[in-house]
Ligand binder design. Structure first.
Ligand code: PLP
Length: 358
């Protein structure tokens, strides 16, 4: 049976990307070797890396003053690499606390400088995106988590500010256009909306770098990787290749603006059913609902049906619908690669479940 992967990550990839990746795992181009065994210095892989770096910038519309890197260590390593590379000890950065991933990013700043949490929705279990807070002028950058994978909230507009934005787009990169002129640095672990685990995309404006006085370890210095075209040491060849295949797929779909329209249409199918169905209720404030991770729980009085509904999902081949423990209930991750049919199948199951139980 065809199963649909609703897990938050590692997440669904386009079927044709998996097909192409599996072919390359056996024989890459006409090299007579697997992509898993070729040299990262071969001209064939250098071409992959250059195309991936260029296409990441092209899809999002970043110009020549930005560099795209494919690093290791996950998005979690960016939590410390960012202040290490950008913030002097006597300088301050602003953070907005919109979930566990924001909180983890905030925690790392104190190793290198000062952070100020400008707004937080923690007291309401991160059910909304704080807006209308003051942004001081003396901060070096403003860090935002674009999409809150766990809580199902997403910025539909970034705050207005003259301070450069540093944005964690791990779970919504390439799902929509971004205001490139406001962004100083964007990062995304591959395994949610781009590829397999093992590489992290970083797009950084070059003038953000080279301004701190500390000695940065070679591997943790963005400039090391910029100067060596993202190949200072052995890069994660296969995750980068699969990410490139996904980016080519996004481009073929019409790019990130077309992706956003599809994502809006897909998310609406599920949110409409959550709002209509008496058994279920959404957990995120409506205006901040994520197009990528849809969080919902059993409505009051129906809580005891949660396990049964999850079992039905699994039986129907809809896997990974269980919510994160701090939210409970359900989370349907409907990234770029989730076909509309997968969502329609989930909605049909919700309707059928309500017909039998409500
Ligand atoms: C998953 C996730 C991370 C952590 O990514 P790793 O690559 O596992 O370190 C960071 N931020 C967000 C928004 C995430 O969804």
């Amino acid at each position: 049976m065809k199963k649909y992967n609703f897990y938050a990550g590692p997440a669904i990839l386009p079927q044709e990307v998996l097909q192409q990746a599996s072919e390359a795992a056996l024989s890459f181009g006409n090299m007579g070797l697997s992509i898993l065994e070729i040299s990262h210095r071969s001209k064939e892989f250098v071409a992959v890396l250059e195309e991936a770096r260029a296409l990441a910038k092209e899809l999002l519309g970043f110009g020549d003053d930005y560099e795209a890197l494919f690093l290791q260590g996950g998005a979690s390593s960016q939590f410390f690499m960012i202040p290490m590379n950008i913030l002097n000890e006597n300088e301050k950065a602003g953070y907005v606390d919109t979930g566990n991933w924001s909180a983890k990013a905030i925690k790392e700043v104190s190793h290198f400088g000062t952070q100020e949490v400008l707004a937080s929705s923690k007291a309401d279990n991160y059910t909304y995106i704080p807006k209308d807070f003051d942004i001081p002028n003396d901060i070096k950058y403003l860090h935002l988590t674009s999409n809150n994978t766990i809580y199902g909230t997403q910025y539909h507009a970034f705050p207005e500010t003259n301070v450069p934005l540093v944005v964690d787009m791990s779970s919504d990169v390439f799902s929509r256009p971004v205001p490139t002129d406001k962004i100083g640095l964007l990062y995304a672990g591959a395994q949610k909306n781009m590829g397999p685990a093992g590489t992290t995309l970083v797009i950084v404006r070059k003038d953000m770098l080279g301004k701190v006085s500390r000695n940065i370890p070679t591997m943790l210095d963005y400039n090391t990787h910029i100067n060596k075209a993202s190949s200072f040491n052995t890069p994660p060849v296969f995750p980068i290749y699969v990410s490139l295949l996904t980016m080519r797929w996004v481009k073929a779909q019409g790019g990130v603006a077309a992706m956003e329209l599809k994502n809006e249409e897909k998310a609406a199918i599920l949110y409409d059913e959550i709002d209509r169905n008496p058994l279920f209720v959404g957990t995120a404030r409506k205006e901040d609902r994520s197009l990528m991770n849809v969080t919902f729980v059993m409505n009051k009085g129906y809580e005891s049906l949660e396990a049964e509904f999850l079992n039905r999902c699994t039986e129907e081949g809809l896997v990974g619908v269980k919510g994160y423990r701090t939210v409970g209930g359900f989370r349907a991750s409907i990234y770029n690669a989730m076909p509309k049919e997968g969502i329609e199948k989930l909605v049909a199951l919700m309707k059928d479940f309500a017909d039998k139980k409500a």
